[in-house]
Structure formats: structure tokens, C-alpha cells
Unconditional design. Structure first.
Length: 223
């Protein structure tokens, strides 16, 4: 492999979604930088990848930049992965990419699954234009302002939501946009995948009396 940084997309749930090129890249790299090595080890073991794996997350990313650039400059190929989906999209890794680019290192990407485009494609809202909003703010004031601005957009909005705040989100939407159609993807591509479409009230009824678990991607239809 050419020395450089390889940004590798990994499955968002179903390990069968891993690309052939992604497996080859992780297998042939000198080092894998992972958001959580324990999580990534499940993927590596599944595909019998023995490449050495080290952590690179939001708490240590900045301190690792110099050593990563030095390794690449010395001739190593380093792969960067997050826990799922594409690195650097609401995940760590952007500082590593920027540092390598600024140092003149070879940087490339091995694309893979993304929960953002997965949810958008199954929403039925179309994808000629959309906004990705990441995670909404936790504080009520900032959260309310962001949600209000999103509801004014003439195209779909995709964002992530914690299971702990999901019902509160539906209550907010019921109050501010009761007739708006939204699509909720829970545990996308996993064994208990669930895709629910409807108004906030209709979706809330589907989750009534249930333990709210899993990873949620929400798509709000255009204004």
C-alpha cells in the first residue's frame, strides 16, 4: 500500500455490509486507528484481520497527530475507522485528516455505509437536497431554536437522536409541527431494524409503552 491515511467506512450494523475494498485495506494497513478498539475488534475478528489496532477518539486525537504524521512520513499506511459508518461524520477523525493533509501526506477514502444516506433513501422524501444536523443540542433553549429552524427548510433534514430524548423530541414536534411527516429509523441494518413513518402523534403511538432503546436516525419532511 502507498504510505498515507486511509479513511475507511465500516458497517452501521450488519457486518455483511462491509466492502471488499474496506476489508483489503484494513488487512494490508500497517496500523488501524479506531474510535473504540473493543468495538472495532468485533469487525476485525469477523473478517480475520490481524492488523494492529490503536485507539484514536475525541479525548486523545489531538495528542496523537504528530506521531501519526511521523509514521506515515516513515512509510506506513494507516487506516482510520469509527465505531460505525463513515469516520469524521459526527465522529472523531477530522483533526487527523487535517493534520495529514497539512503535512502533505497522501489521504484517501474507502467509502462505506452511512446511516445518514441510509435513512434518507428509505424516507421517501427524495435526496436532491437535504440538511444533515448531527445531534441536536441537549439544552432546551438551543435545542428548540435549532428544531424551529429545521422545520422551516424546504428540503428534508436528517439528524441523530438519543433514545433518552426521543420521546421528548416527538412531544416537541407534536407541539410545533403536528401535521409534518417524519420518518424514524431505529437500529438500521441490524436484527431489530425498525422504520416508522407518520406524524409525530402516529409515531409516538407506535412507541407507547415500550422501552426506548437503540440508535435513532430521524428524517423530517420538507416544509
Amino acid at each position: 500500500m502507498q504510505p498515507g491515511l486511509y479513511i475507511v467506512g465500516t458497517p452501521i450494523g450488519n457486518l455483511g455490509d462491509m466492502t471488499f475494498r474496506g476489508v483489503e485495506t484494513l488487512r494490508d494497513a500497517d496500523l488501524i486507528l479506531a474510535e473504540d478498539t473493543r468495538h472495532t475488534r468485533i469487525l476485525l475478528n469477523h473478517f480475520e484481520i490481524r492488523t494492529h489496532c490503536e485507539s484514536c477518539h475525541k479525548f486523545n486525537e489531538a495528542s496523537r497527530l504528530d506521531s501519526i504524521v511521523e509514521r506515515i512520513s516513515a512509510g506506513q499506511a494507516i487506516a482510520l475507522v469509527s465505531d460505525s459508518g463513515m469516520p469524521c461524520v459526527s465522529d472523531p477523525g477530522s483533526r487527523v485528516v487535517e493534520a495529514c493533509q497539512n503535512a502533505g501526506c497522501y489521504v484517501t477514502v474507502v467509502p462505506g455505509p452511512s446511516s445518514v444516506t441510509t435513512a434518507l433513501s428509505v424516507s421517501g422524501f427524495g435526496g436532491a437536497e437535504f440538511t444533515f444536523a448531527g445531534f441536536l443540542a441537549v439544552k432546551p433553549g438551543a435545542r428548540g431554536k435549532k428544531l424551529a429552524a429545521m422545520l422551516e427548510l424546504p428540503h428534508p433534514v436528517v439528524f441523530f437522536e438519543s433514545p433518552h430524548r426521543f420521546l421528548k423530541l416527538l412531544a416537541q414536534l407534536e407541539e410545533t409541527a403536528p401535521e409534518r411527516t417524519i420518518v424514524v429509523g431505529r437500529e438500521l441494518t441490524k436484527k431489530f431494524e425498525e422504520i416508522v413513518r407518520g406524524t409525530p402523534v402516529e409515531i409516538a403511538a407506535k412507541f407507547e409503552g415500550r422501552a426506548i432503546k437503540g440508535e435513532f436516525v430521524v428524517v423530517i419532511g420538507p416544509a
